[in-house]
Design a protein around this ligand. Structure first.
Ligand SMILES: Nc1ncnc2c1ncn2[C@@H]1O[C@H](COP(=O)(O)OP(=O)(O)OP(=O)(O)O)[C@@H](O)[C@H]1O
Ligand SMILES: [Mg+2]
Length: 333
């Protein structure tokens, strides 16, 4: 499945990202794992509860946050993103909450913070695991009371902001180590989503690579079969962002219209190529095609929470074909 600017996705019902969102306006999700995640995101979009988006670096946490916002009743109001790890504590405080006139040297005029800028919309707090402790307390108060107070002022004012936060850290571990407030942790993760690493959703690798290639300005380009095998064999520690960079690297080095093995970064060439064949299992251990089909169909149905129409869509078959298959499985079980 690839979401396009044409309308809601047939599987998860999500509309594409807001066109003005930074970066991509498409979310590539061919794997069952990603489709499941988007379906959960679609259910979360209607609620105002905070969402914690977890996952390794570069997996697409911000993309998921943006798509939740774009599908929420707040979609027409701002989506404001701030990287909590990028600023020192004092700056971050005035950045988030604003400051009064004369609150500190250089504060010649009062200024609204990002909470106020996001009023009515969504505030995305990236790298929340790095938030300094005193600010954690202030954020908790803002969430509990729906009010913020500018630095250097005594009066609070009401705000209506939905919080989505993200981290590549294990937040529960940060709580155990005393680096993250337990009360804030529970408040932020009312709803949570875990974006799987790219190596756990190989079905997304080539569609994502082609998606990034299509965004390149080097004319129509394609990966050779050998290059595709390299992309599939690699473990992608930097996840989707790394794949995006590798595609760019390949597009810059490609001669003609094909990206071949030598156009890929060295780390991909060091990994064993996918074309190397795994040792064949013993003949008696092979499954029949019918057994494999049964297992696969039931897995998809399970991933679709038992919805036959969704499963049929994912499998690319008619609903009554799926129904006939399920009936025959029941007979053969
Ligand atoms: N499913 C997807 N479809 C299309 N583009 C994607 C997808 N997932 C991620 N991307 C692209 O990959 C890049 C990394 O995504 P994003 O910034 O959302 O990751 P992240 O998990 O927030 O990373 P970090 O942990 O470094 O903050 C972005 O350019 C984004 O547009
Ligand atoms: Mg991010």
């Amino acid at each position: 499945m690839e979401q396009s600017a044409d309308g809601p996705c047939s599987v998860c019902g999500l509309v594409p990202l807001a066109p003005r969102a930074k970066g991509t306006t498409h979310v590539v999700a061919h794997s069952i794992a990603m489709q499941d995640l988007l379906k959960r995101a679609a259910r979360f979009a209607g609620s105002d509860a905070p969402v914690a988006v977890l996952g390794e670096t570069g997996t697409g946490k911000e993309v998921v946050a943006r798509i939740i916002h774009a599908n929420s009743p707040r979609a027409k109001l701002p989506f404001v993103a701030v990287n909590v790890a990028a600023l020192p504590a004092e700056l971050l405080e005035s950045e988030l909450f604003g400051h009064g006139k004369g609150a500190f040297t250089g504060a010649v005029a009062a200024r609204h913070g990002l909470f106020a800028s996001a009023d009515g919309g969504t505030l995305f707090l990236d790298e929340i695991g790095e938030m300094p402790q005193p600010l954690q307390a202030k954020l908790l108060r803002a969430l509990q009371d729906g009010e913020v107070r500018r630095v250097g002022e005594t009066q609070s004012f009401a705000i209506d902001v939905r919080i989505i936060c993200a981290t590549h850290r294990n937040l529960a571990e940060r709580v155990r180590d005393g680096n993250f407030r337990e009360d804030l942790y529970y408040r932020l993760k009312v709803l949570s989503l875990e974006v799987p690493p790219l190596r756990a959703r190989k079905d997304d690798v080539l569609p994502l690579a082609n998606h990034f290639l299509a965004e390149e300005k080097h004319g129509p380009l394609r990966f050779t079969a050998r290059a595709r095998a390299r992309l599939l064999a690699y473990t992608w520690p930097g996840n989707v962002r790394e794949l995006e960079n590798v595609t760019r690297h390949g597009a810059a080095l490609a001669i003609g219209s094909e990206i071949d093995e030598p156009d890929l970064p060295e780390e991909l060439l060091r990994a064993p190529a996918a074309t190397r064949r795994a040792p064949e299992p013993k003949l008696g251990t092979f499954q029949t095609l019918a057994e494999m089909e049964r297992e696969y169909v039931l897995r998809v149905l399970d991933a679709c929470d038992g919805s036959q129409s969704e499963a049929a869509r994912v499998l690319g078959i008619a609903r009554n074909t799926l129904w006939r298959k399920l009936r025959s499985f029941a007979g053969s079980a």
